[in-house]
Design a protein around this ligand. Structure first.
Ligand code: AMP
Ligand code: MG
Length: 521
């Protein structure tokens, strides 16, 4: 029996919040509602390219269910299961610092909220399944390259321990999608794909912002109660305390989220408020990237190349700015301004605490002491000046014998041998300071290595690797895609195929897709 038929749905978002049930797809403003009914547009030849067994298990599905033809039809957008009721949601957002008005799910269609055997709620959402009332002038579709990147990275982040939306499946549609990848007047036909994303909810800051911006305060209150009841059930108390606890919690989760991004070297790339999850999950994988050579000013997003608003090192600042926009949207329904201010102050506290304990962990320190900030800032500056690979560096640092530190241990983290030779004295001096600091804690070397290797990944989804998997997949070769998904399952393990943990090769330094990505997806 195919277990797909046994999936149970409880579509609370559309049951409890007002929607536009007309089913019409033409682009429009939808005042007064949180969602609009819309069916996925059919595709010609849906074919499963990859799936995540762990996510299938969340839905009580097994391999034979996911590899069935029914699955490809449903999760490619050609059919619905009993109980599914597809819809697109209405949200707005601040894009690159400016209020952009109504945006909404322009190419995401939620199929429904599945309730698994453990009673957990998992919303299933197709990305790239065709136009919705929120598509504006775009086509509602997604290309294989961006879908593969979203699929792989969602799962890579999960296994790294970073809060994220999940990805169940990657399905090729068999249809072409026309895109101008670098916005340089050279559009081409690319293979289309649909990812099924899975999360307890895809509610964003922007869902609240649009209602405030349009003066829809009653609906804003309803969305808030819905969010509290369904997604923050543990927060009790009188309404005022409950609001305060909730906003504080959103601020705290957002702080924890960016701290985790900083830990693993992830750059989201488009931290607009419409791309911020109210649950504190990483959401909307677009022109994201991973730090190779350590550089706080780096952004993978070519659209942001001049401003660098969303560069690696500024993600904490932007998270705060985004929470301020959320606070602004909530001002009309909050019990008081001070409740919002307290939430934001809590973000600052949690961010600082989180950064300190995260950095202490990365450097193998048992706690954070006076002077550590300087120790850390100094090595980060050296790493930046000397082009040192972030991921490689921390795994090598874990191997340094602090009773007799030797700089040669770090050699392979450098992108250029000459730079290692030139800078070795400065790194050696720093290592001596580091050894003194670590030695002061008197932990055994093997124990320290083990501790550091639990927070410093060996495998990350480097940009060039994803790009190679894309190029192969576009030629019909899925081996690398599957190998990467496999490696992503054990990111902290030592043993990985050499080609999956190699530093970025020279050819990938300035290659489109590998180091430069646009929002065209
Ligand atoms: P993003 O920059 O991907 O977060 O998208 C910003 C907005 O544009 C969201 O409302 C998306 O749904 C919408 N959007 C992006 N690409 C498309 C597309 N191909 N078709 C329809 N809407 C899109
Ligand atoms: Mg988005």
């Amino acid at each position: 029996m195919n277990r797909l038929g046994a999936l149970r749905f409880d579509n609370a978002f559309i049951r409890e919040l007002p929607g536009d049930r007309s089913g019409k797809v033409h682009s429009r403003q939808t005042p007064g509602v949180c969602w609009a009914s819309v069916s996925p547009s059919p595709v010609s030849q849906p074919r499963l390219l990859a799936y995540a067994p762990e996510v299938a298990a969340l839905l009580d599905l097994e391999a034979q269910d996911v590899t069935s033809d029914t699955f490809a039809q449903v999760f490619g957008g050609n059919a619905l299961l009993h109980g599914m009721a597809p819809y697109a949601t209405r949200y707005g957002g601040h894009q690159f610092g400016t209020w952009a008005g109504q945006l909404g799910d322009g190419r995401a269609i939620s199929l429904g909220e599945a309730i698994n055997a453990r009673g957990e709620r998992w919303e299933l959402q197709l990305k790239g399944a065709g136009i919705t009332p929120y598509s504006r002038r775009a086509d509602g579709r997604a290309v294989l390259r961006s879908s593969l990147r979203e699929f792989l990275c969602s799962e890579a982040m999960f296994h790294l321990g970073v809060p994220t939306t999940r990805a169940l499946s990657l399905i090729a549609t068999g249809d072409a999608v026309r895109r101008d990848m670098l916005y340089d007047g050279n559009p081409r036909d690319e293979p289309g794909a649909v990812v099924c994303r899975v999360a307890p909810s895809f509610i964003r800051f922007g869902h609240f912002e649009i209602l405030a911006a349009q003066g829809e305060h009653d609906l804003l209150r309803r969305l808030l109660s819905f969010t509290l009841e369904k997604h923050f059930p543990s927060l009790g108390g009188e309404p005022q305390q409950r609001f305060a606890a909730w906003f504080r919690e959103v601020c705290e989760r957002t702080a924890q989220l960016v701290v985790e991004w900083m830990r693993v070297g992830f750059v989201h790339g488009v931290m607009n408020t419409d791309n911020m999850s109210i649950l504190g999950l990483t959401i909307d994988y677009g022109p994201y990237g991973w730090i190779d050579d350590f550089d706080p000013g780096w952004t993978p997003n070519t659209t942001d190349a001049d401003m660098r608003r969303y560069c690696y090192g500024d993600q904490t600042i932007v998270a705060r700015w985004n929470l301020e926009r959320l606070a602004q949207a909530l001002a009309g329904i909050a019990p008081s301004q001070s409740v919002l201010d307290e939430g934001l102050a809590h973000f600052d506290t949690m961010l600082q605490k989180g950064m300190h304990s995260m950095l202490a962990g990365k450097f193998g320190l048992r706690d954070w002491r006076d002077g550590d900030a300087e120790l850390v800032a100094d090595i980060f500056q050296l790493m930046q000046q000397s082009e040192v690979d972030m991921t490689e560096f921390f795994r090598l640092l874990a191997l340094v014998d602090v009773s007799s530190p030797h700089v040669n241990v770090l050699a392979t983290a450098f992108y250029h041998e000459e730079q290692f030779i030139q800078e070795r004295a400065r790194f050696e001096t720093w290592l001596t300071r580091y050894a003194q600091r670590t030695g002061a804690e008197q932990s055994g070397s093997a124990e320290r290595t083990e501790r550091m290797n639990k927070v410093n990944p060996r495998f990350v989804l480097r940009n060039y690797l994803a790009q190679q998997a894309i190029e192969a997949a576009e030629q019909g070769d899925l081996k690398l895609l599957h190998r990467l998904l496999d490696a992503a399952r054990t990111p902290y393990a030592d043993a990985h195929p050499a080609d999956l943990i190699a530093k970025r090769p020279d050819w990938a330094r300035h290659k489109a897709g590998a180091s430069m990505l646009s929002c065209s997806s």
